[in-house]
Design a protein around this ligand. Structure first.
Ligand code: B12
Length: 223
């Protein structure tokens, strides 16, 4: 089922980010918000879809690296504008620390994840791309997150993820970890299986369900 009122907006948005037209891209997103389209849907169906297409165009030499960089920077700018519309007043007082694994430069997906947590009333500590394991652990010792969320997009970064998971689980065995990203399109699931504290989540729809389940589990816990 199409989740956007006008499927044509997908192409228009892709073209406007590729043209570096920040004004038009921003306007399209605001119009969807005015039609009560949820931010998760805008992220998944509009922005992620457009960036995946940008990736295919780049892979097939139909656009330059410059255009791909521009499209990504416009997308990130539009996402940053959404913060006041997505943040909820009722806060859970829970913290989530989010990071890309070492060497990983793709940060848009895990930024979307951070925003979904903000929507659900969590405080997000989004550390962005290429985070050294040691620094993640040191900073987590200060912030005391209730959850980690780690991202890897490139299959060859699965060993970096494995190492980061190992260190994080050793230092904070009581803190659950969510992982995700396109690295898992080609395999790699074995790094998360066998540890009940580590969960692989494919997209924002599954993430939302997972956060709701975590919240209801906590509420039903005996005091
Ligand atoms: C923009 C981009 C870049 C930018 C990133 C800048 C930035 N600010 O992030 C730059 C220029 C740095 C870049 C570099 C490279 N890139 Co690039 N890039 C892309 C592009 C076009 C878009 C990425 C993106 O933002 N996607 C949109 C987001 C929203 O999608 P997502 O990451 O999948 O996230 C979703 C889910 O996976 C999930 N998720 C993600 N993380 C997490 C974490 C958790 C905890 C959870 C719950 C969920 C979750 O939630 C999100 C919403 O559903 C993609 C194309 C594509 N298919 O994505 C190629 C792509 C990812 N890049 C690719 C490649 C090959 C490279 C380079 C190796 C190119 C090169 N030769 O230098 C380098 C590697 C750099 C590095 N060391 O990491 C390939 C990867 C192939 C592969 N899987 O191995 C792709 C797929 C392009 C292609 N079609 O070939 N890239």
């Amino acid at each position: 089922m199409e989740k956007l009122p006008d499927p044509g907006v997908k192409e228009l948005f892709r073209d406007s980010i590729l043209a570096g037209d920040r004004m038009a891209s921003s306007r399209m997103v605001r119009e969807l918000l005015e039609k009560d389209i949820p931010v998760q849907t805008i992220y998944e169906e509009l922005i992620k879809n457009a960036l995946y297409q940008v990736g295919e165009l780049w892979e097939n030499n139909r656009i330059t690296v410059a255009e791909e960089h521009l499209a990504t920077s416009v997308s990130e700018a539009v996402m940053n504008e959404l913060f006041p519309f997505l943040v909820t007043r009722s806060r859970t007082k829970k913290k989530v620390m989010l990071a890309c694994v070492e060497n990983e430069l793709h940060q848009v997906g895990v930024k979307m994840v951070a925003d979904v947590f903000e929507m659900k009333g969590w405080d997000s500590f989004f550390l962005g791309s290429n985070v050294p394991v040691h620094d993640l652990i040191t900073y987590a010792g200060k912030v005391h997150p209730a959850l980690f969320a780690l991202s890897a997009s490139i299959y060859f970064h699965i060993p970096d993820l494995k190492r980061m998971l190992h260190e994080v689980r050793q230092s904070f065995p009581e803190i659950p970890v969510l992982v995700g990203g396109q690295a898992f399109r080609h395999g790699g699931q074995e790094v998360v299986t066998g540890d009940p504290m580590v969960t692989l989540i494919p997209d924002l729809y599954a993430l939302e369900k997972h956060i709701d389940q975590m919240t209801s589990r906590k509420q039903n816990d005996p005091i």
